[in-house]
Design a protein around this ligand. Structure first.
Ligand SMILES: [Zn+2]
Length: 166
């Protein structure tokens, strides 16, 4: 009798666990879908959103400043997150001032991906991609980044231009 009781308890616990997992999984999936729906809606109505925002700014100019500050803060946060991932110095020369550190696509396709994706959510996209495949990126300072681009012919137009001057 005693052992049966424990087996029942065990069984109940398992079932509770199972249902809890199921619930969690479902809510996660629901959340994901809701997010996706919202994203799509925003994409389809982006002009409306923009117009409404501009209307709001006209009524209350302080709001625009607030939004700029918010966006700026957000981008600095993302940036420092990425710098934290890779170490906060240039891998070539060890330069450390974060204001001139850049996230470099090792194979030099950054420009291409930027163009494909558009500029508006560049950093958001970058963050996602960095999390997904960090081996593709490294930190370079602005100088080393330009030198690398020149060496690898990643910026053909600029090279032609420089060669024309020389
Ligand atoms: Zn450097």
């Amino acid at each position: 009798m005693g052992s049966n009781f424990f087996i029942l308890e065990e069984e109940k616990k398992k079932r509770r666990e199972y249902h809890k997992n199921w619930r969690d999984k479902r809510t996660l999936e629901q959340k994901r879908r809701r997010k996706e729906r919202q994203k799509n809606y925003h994409k389809e109505h982006i002009e409306e959103f923009r117009a409404r925002r501009i209307e709001r700014y006209k009524r209350d100019p302080g709001k625009q400043k607030k939004r700029w500050e918010y966006l700026r803060g957000r981008s600095i946060k993302k940036r420092s997150f990425i710098l934290g991932l890779f170490g906060d110095r240039c891998v070539r020369c060890g330069f450390k001032d974060w204001r001139a550190l850049q996230i470099d696509h090792i194979k030099g396709r950054g420009g291409e991906e930027k163009r494909l994706k558009g500029h508006s959510d560049r950093r958001g996209f970058l963050l996602e991609d960095v999390k997904k495949s960090p081996e593709k990126y490294q930190i370079l300072c602005a100088n080393c980044n330009w030198i690398k681009r020149y060496e690898n012919n990643e910026c053909i137009k600029r090279k032609e231009h420089l060669d024309a001057i020389a």
